[in-house]
Unconditional design. Sequence first.
Length: 116
Amino acid sequence: MYVVEVGDIYDESDVYSYVQGMHHTEDDFIDGDLGDRIEKYKRYIVEDVNISDIQIDEFYIDDDLVEEYKEKILKSNMYPPIVLNKDYSIIDGTHRINALDDLGYKTVIAFVGVKK
């Protein structure tokens, strides 16, 4: 689900599966509240969001992981979309958005939760 178009709409189950595929461990779903945050919205719309509108340091940042994403983005000129709530708070994608910000990107493609 990396290739998305602005304006596309996805169900919560699609976004949940997408995020599960991005994480190497189930701990974020079992020990954390990631699943609950995703399930808060039944639908998501793909938007091109200004990075300046997002609090990018809300969660713990693993600098090594940010560097890995920067390398991947530079090689492919692509990145997996992040997931935001309706207020542009990060649900998933803290490391990706920090990598994009470090690389000078001004906007980010994101799945944004739609009000119920």
